[in-house]
Design a protein around this ligand. Structure first.
Ligand code: URA
Length: 187
């Protein structure tokens, strides 16, 4: 997003979150990347800094990306389904997702990613319209708008489930991101 769209998004008051947020959290990374990652919503750190995935979840995410040789600033464009922090980090409401959708659609149009990673159930529901358990959905390639879409566990779930065992959520997420890395290399 750039120019007048960026300005309009940064001062958006389309939903009630405008009255509790500190900043509108739009994106980080490379707008020309082939890979776009969509999370749920900014948390406290993101709200304070105006940058997505910079708190504990973000650091966990970056580490996993580096492990499959994806550079978060060079190889990805990172954003969220909604751009403002919900109070106490509650899940975004349907109306908030709907109000914010035009900004996400604008980001998708500008970045035009070949591959999309959806982290967690909110992003999956927002893009794919699928309401379901992440345990079933993760690791299963989907297609949306002609693009390859990979649902993965949310990094905050991985922080709550830190087992390093084979087949544990962390291991499965590494496999999912490795599949994403491979898909990016395909013509
Ligand atoms: N969780 C998210 O989904 N997005 C962020 O930006 C931070 C935490």
């Amino acid at each position: 997003m750039s120019g007048s769209n960026l300005e309009a998004c940064s001062s958006c008051r389309a939903c009630d979150l405008a009255s509790t947020r500190k900043t509108v959290v739009i994106s980080r990374g490379n707008p020309e990347a082939d890979l776009m990652l969509i999370g749920e919503a900014p948390g406290a750190q993101e709200d304070a800094q105006g940058v997505p995935f910079v708190g504990r979840s973000g650091r966990a995410l970056d580490q996993l990306l580096w492990e499959v040789e994806l550079d978060p600033e060079r190889d990805l464009y990172i954003c969220n389904a909604i751009k403002c922090r919900p109070p106490k980090n509650r899940r975004p409401k349907k109306g908030e997702l709907a109000s914010c959708r035009l900004w996400l659609d604008l980001q998708l149009a500008v970045v035009n990613p070949k591959v999309i990673v959806l982290t967690g159930a909110t992003a999956v529901e927002a893009i794919l319209g699928i309401k379901g358990g992440m345990t079933q959905l993760r690791g299963q390639w989907q297609t949306w708008d002609g693009r390859s879409v990979m649902p993965i566990f949310h990094p905050s779930y991985l922080l709550r489930n830190p087992s390093k065992a084979t087949g544990a959520p962390l291991d499965l997420t590494r496999q999912d991101l490795a599949a994403v890395q491979q898909r990016l290399c395909e013509p």
